[in-house]
Write a protein that binds this ligand. Structure first.
Ligand code: 5GP
Length: 193
């Protein structure tokens, strides 16, 4: 998606450790008009697919997923929680993932009442790096017996391999910008074509 690539180039910063900062429009301050056009683009890319539910992970995926859902017949959005809380009651699907940015292990938790066998689910997230977060969401869907209909990602860091291994496993993964390489010294960002 050309507009997203342009925003990454003009407003993103490359940090040491292969981290791209896009907090001016994607995951701290949010450009909701951009989110809306991203949703429109995923709707085009996933045209004809059955989407009963959109599943994401807190926190940065939530805003993007909610606006994207407007383009999928206002499908309900469920976000996996990373922390147990008193508001999380009843039976749950739980798995464990490793966070690339925080260098920590997290639980990924969804209440059983919000994910059911036979539901067709679109997974949405802001970033895809090694694929740990998405693998966690996929495991929750498998546990529930839900069908992963597609995966929509805003920014995929192609050089970290998570996306390619999901494609090899047969998932319909649509990333709106795929970074082939980035350099924290020069700030240069190259996209996959
Ligand atoms: P993965 O689990 O695929 O390794 O990483 C995906 C998660 O880590 C995303 O949900 C995102 O929150 C975070 N993440 C990974 N790489 C980056 C990055 O370069 N920049 C930002 N802002 N977040 C990232």
């Amino acid at each position: 998606m050309k507009e997203l690539e342009e925003r990454i180039v003009s407003e993103g910063t490359v940090k040491a450790g292969n981290v791209l900062k896009v907090d001016a429009f994607l995951n701290h301050q949010c450009d909701v008009e951009l989110f809306d056009r991203m949703g429109e683009e995923w709707a085009r890319l996933f045209e004809g697919k059955r989407v009963d539910k959109v599943l994401t992970i807190e926190a940065s995926g939530i805003g993007i997923a909610c606006i994207a859902a407007r383009h999928f017949g206002n499908a309900p959005v469920v976000f996996a929680k990373k922390y147990q809380s008193i508001n999380l009651d009843g039976e749950q699907y739980v798995t464990s993932i490793h966070s690339f940015t925080k260098q920590k292990d997290f639980h990924v938790i969804v209440s059983k009442k919000f994910l059911s066998a036979g539901e067709h689910v679109l997974l949405i997230d802001d970033f895809l790096a090694n694929g740990c977060a998405l693998n966690g969401l996929i495991e929750l869907c498998e546990e529930a017996g839900a069908v992963v209909e597609g995966i929509g990602i805003a920014v995929e860091k192609g050089f970290q391999g998570g996306g390619d291994s999901l494609r090899e496993r047969g998932y319909d993964l649509q990333s709106l910008a795929i970074i082939e390489s980035m350099d924290d010294e020069t700030g240069e960002i190259r996209f996959r074509r």
